[in-house]
Design a protein around this ligand. Structure first.
Ligand code: CAA
Length: 301
């Protein structure tokens, strides 16, 4: 028998590419009302426009009826304040990859949300255990009943970009995560139409502990002149049937994100095999961040 996720209302914190995708699949597939929050009103408007665009495309391709699309759209409401999330049963955080920022956001969740709400993070490499430790109430120890209960509701729910297309969610348990929270989070990801793979809370989890060194090595190959950009990418597109070569994929993910994940692997393991490529560092210094900035290994209009 499948476990009920029990999410009657979802909060999504951060309306960038990932948060927008998470709001979309939650409203469309899990059919859950979503409150989408971002500090930038402009970002929230962009997010809704994008959701409209993909819903209209699905209608024009006959995958959805117009009433299914408008019902999904109506389930998503944008909100300006964290306070608006006070009654959600689960929140998924999708802000940028920065531990201090995430700690601040999770402290905000502790203060603003219901005591039993599931606190999920879409981090792609930061320790879920460290994030969970930031929700322990002030003055309480990690071993106290309140401390364990608070940290026990934090979980890693790692979606992949583009969220509407990629079929996987990586489920990561912090040391503190309770079994009930883990089971309900899995059930929720499945209700969003995803398959779930679990990983231990190690730097990068399974996905990025394997993907980022591959991308980093590809950048080192380019740096050393082993092959051209196009030949590196062609090797993987045509030789291994990857949808994108590693340099194209790095541009797609964002070179700043790739660098920050690679740094997490390097510092989290102290293993020199994870040292970020100097070329990757320089490109980020130059603000050549890939698709989102118009230039990375490729140029975009
Ligand atoms: N949102 C919604 N749908 C999108 C989309 C987006 N951002 N981008 C593409 N799509 C849809 C398109 O609309 C299109 O849909 P239809 O079939 O309905 O027409 C479909 O995806 C295919 O798109 P395209 O025809 O434009 O292009 P494509 O065939 O080259 O596919 C791609 C694009 C799906 C991105 C494909 O190149 C691909 O799978 N690339 C690899 C992506 C990948 O590896 N993602 C994981 C990155 S790692 C990560 O996310 C986690 C991390 O921690 C870093």
């Amino acid at each position: 028998m499948s476990i009920a996720h029990g999410i009657r209302q979802l909060g999504v914190f951060g309306a960038g590419q990932m948060g927008t995708g998470i709001a979309f699949v939650s409203a469309l597939h899990a059919k859950v009302p979503v409150l989408l929050h971002d500090a930038s009103r402009d970002q929230l408007t962009k997010s809704l426009t994008f959701i409209d665009k993909i819903l209209s495309k699905d209608v024009s391709k006959g995958r959805l009826t117009s009433s299914e699309a408008s019902e999904a759209k109506d389930r998503i409401q944008i909100v300006d304040s964290l306070h608006a999330l006070r009654d959600v049963d689960m929140v998924v955080e999708a802000v940028s990859e920065n531990l201090e920022l995430k700690r601040r956001v999770f402290k905000g969740f502790r203060e603003a949300l219901k005591e039993d709400a599931i606190l999920a993070t879409n981090t792609s490499s930061i320790s879920i255990t460290k994030i969970a430790a930031s929700v322990i109430p002030e003055g309480k120890s990690a071993a106290s009943e309140e401390g364990q209960k608070a940290a026990g509701r934090v979980v890693g729910l790692h979606f992949f970009n583009p969220v509407p297309v990629m079929k996987l969610v990586e489920l990561i348990s912090a040391v503190q995560t309770s079994k009930d929270i883990l089971d309900r989070s899995r059930a929720f990801a499945e209700a969003c139409g995803k398959e779930v793979a679990t990983s231990q809370d190690v730097p990068g989890f399974v996905s990025n502990a394997l993907l980022m060194p591959f991308i980093n090595e590809a950048i080192m190959c380019l740096e050393k002149g082993v092959a051209t950009r196009d030949d590196i990418d062609k090797t993987f597109r045509l030789g291994m049937a990857h949808p994108m070569g590693p340099l194209q994929l790095a541009d797609f993910i964002g070179l700043d994100t790739c660098l920050s994940i690679q740094q997490t692997l390097y510092t989290g393991t102290s293993d020199s095999k994870y040292r970020p490529s100097v070329l990757l560092e320089r490109m980020v210094d130059a603000q050549w961040l890939g698709r989102k900035s118009g230039r990375g290994f490729y140029e975009y209009n």
